[in-house]
Design a protein around this ligand. Structure first.
Ligand code: MN
Length: 206
């Protein structure tokens, strides 16, 4: 069996590349604070076994083709924990990513039999894939990323379509799609609130 295909692009997506109606997206940064930690890599996959990795050098965030894709109303962007990635993409690329789907949100809506909603947990249970999180905290700002980093980064987007298909069936089975759609519609605001300093506050709480 051949492994996944990984294509590394510097600065932007190549011209003429199409991902179809939905694209899985993930980001790698220098840390968890978008006000401090820069965006280094954006991973994308059409769910076809190929991952496209866009490496962004410090301060070089023009990436017009990537921005066009992220804001294309006809292409659904599938994330795991979109809240973070959308805030990062807004901060560094200056675009509001839309429309979005988040596998973590849907997992919380339908997998109420567990409190394990990490990508590793979803990949194992819903796609039968064992993901390694070994390279998660590595130096994503390096000029030359290691083969291990590239493989790890790719694995974060390669299985999101398969996971989404399983979650969608559960969403409909449990009649909770309206909750998911409303949460997705609120996501860009939630991300902006995080950036505005409301990350720890639940404004719905008593
Ligand atoms: Mn990742």
């Amino acid at each position: 069996m051949s492994g996944p295909k990984i294509e590394l692009h510097k600065g932007d997506l190549p011209a003429g590349l199409s991902f179809g109606a939905s694209v899985a997206v993930d980001t790698e940064t220098l840390g968890l604070n978008p006000h401090r930690d820069r965006l280094c890599l954006v991973q994308l996959s059409a769910g076809d076994g190929t991952a496209h990795l866009v490496q962004l050098a410090k301060g070089a965030y023009a990436a017009p083709r990537l921005k066009t894709l992220l804001t294309d109303a006809n292409v659904l962007k599938i994330f795991h924990y979109a809240r973070f990635d959308v805030a990062v993409l807004e901060t560094f690329l200056g675009v509001a990513t839309t429309p979005v789907y988040c596998t973590k949100i849907v997992s919380k809506l339908v997998r109420t039999y567990t409190d394990r909603h990490g990508l590793k947990d979803l990949a194992a249970e819903l796609a039968g894939i064992e993901l390694s999180k070994q390279q998660q905290s590595s130096d994503w700002g390096a000029d030359t990323l290691t083969q291990q980093q590239l493989a790890y980064a790719a694995s974060d987007v390669l299985h999101l379509h398969a996971i989404k298909a399983k979650l969608d069936a559960m969403l409909d089975r449990e009649g909770r799609r309206p909750f998911a759609e409303a949460a997705f519609a609120f996501l860009s605001t939630r991300a902006r609130m995080d950036l505005a300093g409301f990350s720890e506050d639940d404004i719905f709480a008593h």
